[in-house]
Design a protein around this ligand. Structure first.
Ligand code: ZN
Length: 311
C-alpha cells in the first residue's frame, strides 16, 4: 500500500464558455483565479485555474472551456459531484446567495452526518458545499464572500460507478481507508492526508454510463509532495498492471495519468513547483501564460482562438 498520496490536488472539468466559467468561480463562488494559461495539449483552448490565494493543492478547480461545447450527460464512470468545504453554519448564506444569483439545482441534504448544499455549475456541473467544523485552511475572500463563509478548498470528490469493487481496491492501494457506508455511498480517506483527503463512491449498478461534455469532470488529480514520490507511485502502479503515462511537465506541477477501473481518469500531480513559479503571488492569474513549447503561438492564440476575458 502506498503512503505518498495526500488527497486531492486538483479537479479538472469541461466548460462551454470561458467568460461564464470565469465569472461563476471568481464572482459567484468567490475563488481566486490563480492561473490563466492554455491546454498544453490543445493550446487553442484556455486552461483556467481557481483556488485559494496561492492555488494550494487540494483547493484547485480547473477548467478547459471549449467554446460552445455540447453538454455532457451525467451517469456512471465519472466524478458526479465535486464537493467544497465551507464553515459550519454557512449554508444559509450560500443558499441565499446562490438562489439570488440564479444558480440551478439547489437542494440540501445530509450525508455522513454533514450538511450539504448541492448546486449546479453553468453547464450542469455537479457541485456541493459541505459544512465542516474543523478546516484550518485560510480562504480567499472577496468583497461579498467573507472569511466566515468562504470556501476552504475541496472537501472530496464523489465518483458514480456501476460497481465499486475494483476502484475501492485501487483506492486502498493508493493509501485510502474505508471510513463508512451509508446506503449506496461509501467514503474513503487518506490517514494523515491534506484537507481534501476524502473520496466517495456512489454505487449505481443499473445506471447508464456518462457521456463526457461541458459540465463533466475530465479527471481528478491526487497530490504527492514531489517528483521522487511521484516516481515511486508510478512504478508501484505499473507493477500492479496499470498503464501509466510518462511524467509530463505541466509547468506548475508534474503529472502522470492512468485510467481507474471504474472509468474515471486519475492523475497524480506534484505539490511542486506551484503557481507562483512564473508570476508574483499578488498577480497570480492575471496575464495569459503560455508554456514554452507554444510560446510562438501567442499572437494567433490571443487574436483568433482565446476569447478575451473580462474580470
Ligand atoms: Zn490535471
Amino acid at each position: 500500500m502506498l503512503d505518498q498520496i495526500k488527497g486531492l490536488h486538483h479537479v479538472t472539468s469541461l466548460a462551454s464558455d470561458a467568460q461564464q466559467n470565469n465569472d461563476f468561480f471568481t464572482k459567484t463562488l468567490g475563488l481566486r483565479r490563480v492561473k490563466k494559461t492554455v491546454n498544453f495539449d490543445a493550446p487553442e483552448v484556455y486552461h483556467l485555474y481557481y483556488g485559494d490565494e496561492m492555488g494550494t493543492p487540494g483547493t484547485v478547480m480547473t477548467y478547459f472551456p471549449f467554446q460552445r461545447a455540447r453538454r455532457g450527460r451525467p451517469g456512471t464512470g465519472e466524478v458526479g459531484i465535486t464537493q467544497f468545504s465551507v464553515p459550519q453554519g454557512s449554508l444559509g448564506f450560500w443558499t441565499d446567495r446562490l438562489s439570488t444569483m440564479g444558480v440551478k439545482g439547489l437542494s440540501e441534504d445530509t450525508a455522513f452526518g454533514e450538511n450539504r448544499l448541492r448546486f449546479q455549475g453553468p453547464d450542469g456541473d455537479g457541485f456541493a458545499l459541505v459544512e465542516v467544523a474543523e478546516d484550518g485552511r485560510a480562504p480567499w475572500v472577496t468583497d461579498t464572500v467573507s472569511a466566515d463563509v468562504a470556501i476552504r478548498g475541496f472537501h472530496s470528490a464523489r465518483m458514480r460507478l456501476r460497481d465499486r469493487g475494483a476502484s475501492a481496491e485501487l483506492l486502498r492501494f493508493m493509501g485510502y481507508e474505508k471510513q463508512a457506508t451509508e446506503g449506496d455511498l461509501t467514503r474513503y480517506a487518506v490517514p494523515g492526508g491534506n484537507d481534501a483527503r476524502v473520496i466517495e463512491i456512489e454505487e449505481l449498478p443499473g445506471a447508464a454510463p456518462s457521456e463526457q461534455g461541458a459540465g463533466s469532470v475530465h479527471h481528478i488529480a491526487f497530490a504527492v509532495d514531489d517528483r521522487e514520490r511521484q516516481l515511486e507511485v508510478r512504478k508501484a502502479l505499473m507493477d500492479t498492471g496499470y498503464q501509466v503515462t510518462p511524467v509530463i511537465d505541466r509547468d506548475y506541477f508534474w503529472a502522470i495519468y492512468f485510467r481507474s477501473p471504474g472509468g474515471v481518469l486519475f492523475e497524480v500531480a506534484t505539490n511542486e513547483p506551484g503557481f507562483d513559479r512564473d508570476e508574483e503571488p499578488a498577480h497570480l492569474g492575471e496575464r495569459l501564460r503560455i508554456p514554452a513549447q507554444h510560446a510562438h503561438l501567442r499572437d494567433i492564440l490571443e487574436q483568433r482562438y482565446l476569447p478575451r476575458l473580462h474580470d
